[in-house]
Structures are given as C-alpha cells and as structure tokens.
Design a protein around this ligand. Structure first.
Ligand SMILES: NC(=O)c1ccc[n+]([C@@H]2O[C@H](COP(=O)([O-])OP(=O)(O)OC[C@H]3O[C@@H](n4cnc5c(N)ncnc54)[C@H](OP(=O)(O)O)[C@@H]3O)[C@@H](O)[C@H]2O)c1
Length: 325
C-alpha cells in the first residue's frame, strides 16, 4: 500500500511515491491529464517540477491542469539553472535570479506558494550559502513552504542545512546508481532530511521497454547522451536487466516494479519519483508499493546490483543537452 511519509521536518506529508514531471509539458494531451488525476485519485500527492523542465512548460502544465486539486498536492519546483546561448544547461543561483525565478514559477504554477523549492544545482561562482540564504528569505516571505537541494555532495548538504533546514535532498538513486548510500543517505538520516530519488527507473531502462539504443526516440538527447545508453555500455547493462527480470518473475512483478519496490524498501525516508506520462506506467508503478520485499530479498538484489555495476557513469558522467531536461 502506498504510504504517507513526512517530508523531512517541514511538517508536510507526502506519498512515498511521487510523480516526476520533467516531460509532463502539454496540458492538451488528454493522456497526461488523465495520468495526473489518476495519480491524485490513488493517493499520490507529491509532484516534482522545475523551472527548466520544458523551459517553464512543466510548471505551466500544472498551473493549467490542477485547478481545485491544487490543495491536494505537495508541489515541488526548482531554481538555479537555465539554458545558455550555446544551448547548454548552465547554473545561475545568484540572489536576484532566484528571486525572479521564484516569482515566475509562482505565476506559471498558478499558485500563491510552492510547497518545496529546491536549488537545482550548487553554484560554483558564489557561495552556496548566498543562494540558500536567498531561498530562506522566500520562506519568510511566504512564497515557499520548505527548501531542498539537488545534486550536491554530503558536505554541501550540511552547509545548506546550516543556513536553513533542508526538507529534502534530491539526487539520482536506482539499482544502477547506488553511490548515495555511501554518505548522502546517512547524512539525510542524521539531519532528518527526506531523500528524493530521481531517475529511479534509470530513465526507463528498468521499465523494460528500451531493449536497444534504437528504442530511444530520435531527439531524446537526455538519454542518447547518457553514457549508459551508448553502444559500448548497452549490452552489459541489458544483461543486468535480464537478471532482474528473473527475480521479478519469481515475485510476479515487472522489472520496473521490482526496482521501485527495492527503493521503497530502503526506508520510509526514501521517496522515488518515477516520471510517468502514460497512465499504464503510473498504474504499474503505483502497484510497486504493494510489493513488500523481505530483508533477504533486498539483500539478494543488493548483491546482484553492487555499486558501480552498470557500465557508464550516472548523470554526472554525461553532459545533458537541453532537449529533454
Ligand atoms: N533534480 C534533478 O536534477 C533531476 C534530474 C532528472 C530527473 N529529475 C526528476 O526525476 C523524475 C524522474 O526521473 P526521469 O523521469 O528522468 O527518469 P525515470 O523515472 O527513471 O524514467 C522515466 C521514463 O520511464 C518511463 N516509465 C515510467 N514508468 C514506466 C513503466 N512502469 N514501464 C516502462 N517505462 C516506464 C517513462 O515513460 P512515460 O513518461 O512515457 O510514461 C519515462 O520515459 C523526473 O521526471 C524529474 O522530475 C530530477
């Protein structure tokens, strides 16, 4: 059953599965709207957007489709990155930019307050403390309820938390990306910060629908530029998927469900946010919450997918172009 869990010490409660929204961009796509409403009907209340997703279109999507259901949702968005003139993702987390971006996000989201506002990337040109300090002012101003940070080191997480309590850390975590277990998850536990796992299906890899590089749609720059989807890595990584398939079959589950159930079994403070635009995917993912893995089963999966098992680095190992950010 889908649990409700605390969002760190923010006082907010979220479902332990969220909805990743980086490709929910078009409010005229009936399937997408159906997926969002079905998610809320089934008790999923945690939605993950960002200013950069679709260059504001993901936020505008929710601004258009939530309507009166806005109050049912813990709405997360992010600031601090943009697309530069060369078409690459760049960081700008200066105070003026953060203030402006927050106002623009509020407008697009069609809301008075963002429930969880993340810094999307740690700045390199100014102290992190300046960015978080500005975001803390947004909390005081009532524009934002709680703060989070993405893609940071354990030390940066501590530094951010020292400026203002972090309700959540969001970073990549999946059977292919277990590095957060080394220090990020322990620091989250020490400081009572929720751990939000993005890319929980390794960008659809564990969904089982991508059986070759040719299955990645043309123009899907996010995946086509990912090291794990390159020719030389693919066969190695596919063989790992086959192993997961056998374990899933024993449980009467799909590989996607087993990879989500494994994340859910890591603790109530681990919250995967699979991106699913299609209703059938959402339904399958929600059913993963009904799979209770025993400690022995978790250990068996841990052993089959040790850290570093996938060929090709995680998100940090490739440079995403903007097409599907
Ligand atoms: N903070 C950051 O820097 C950062 C970076 C990346 C992502 N994120 C967040 O994390 C969310 C999740 O990551 P992600 O969407 O990139 O990767 P993901 O959740 O690992 O994979 C999403 C992909 O898997 C497919 N899928 C979902 N459920 C499936 C199922 N049951 N069977 C087969 N395929 C399935 C989706 O297809 P359909 O959409 O067609 O259903 C989509 O193509 C994003 O939406 C975004 O909100 C954050």
């Amino acid at each position: 059953m889908l649990k409700n869990v605390p969002l760190g010490r923010s006082g907010l409660t979220i479902s332990q599965l969220g909805l990743g929204a980086n490709r929910l961009l078009d409010p005229n796509e009936k399937e997408f709207v159906k997926t969002v409403n079905a998610a809320l009907d089934r008790g999923l209340n945690f939605v993950d957007s960002a200013a950069i997703y679709g260059m504001g279109r993901s936020e505008s999507f929710f601004g258009a489709v939530l309507g009166e259901r806005r109050s049912e949702v813990v709405l997360a968005s992010k600031c601090g990155i943009y697309v530069n003139d060369e078409g690459n993702v760049a960081i700008d987390a200066t105070p003026d930019t953060i203030r402006r971006e927050c106002d623009e996000s509020l407008q697009r989201l069609n809301t008075d307050v963002i429930d969880l506002y993340y810094l999307h990337q740690v700045p390199r040109d100014i102290p992190l403390e300046d960015s978080i300090g500005t975001m803390a002012e947004l909390v005081t101003a009532g524009k934002v309820r709680s703060l989070g940070i993405c893609n940071c080191t354990a030390d940066e997480l501590r530094r951010a938390h020292a400026v203002h309590p972090m309700a959540a850390l969001q970073t990549e975590y999946s059977l292919f990306t277990r590095e957060p277990e080394v220090d990020l998850i322990p620091v989250c536990r020490e400081l009572d910060i929720a751990f939000i796992a993005y890319g929980p299906l390794a960008y659809a890899f564990f969904g089982g629908t991508v059986r070759s590089r040719a299955d990645v749609p043309e123009g899907d720059a996010w995946r086509l530029s990912n090291e794990r989807f390159q020719e030389d890595a693919f066969d190695h990584n596919l063989a790992l998927l086959d192993e997961l398939e056998m374990m899933a079959a024993d449980l009467g589950a799909t590989t996607g469900q087993l990879s989500l159930a494994w994340l859910l079994a890591k603790g109530d403070d681990v919250i995967p946010i699979p991106g699913s635009r299609q209703l059938v995917h959402l339904q399958e993912n929600l059913a993963a919450a009904d799979i209770a893995l025993s400690p022995e089963q978790v250990a068996q999966i841990d052993a089959a997918f040790p850290p570093g098992v996938a060929k090709g680095g995680a998100r940090g190992g490739h440079s995403p172009s903007v097409a599907n950010f």
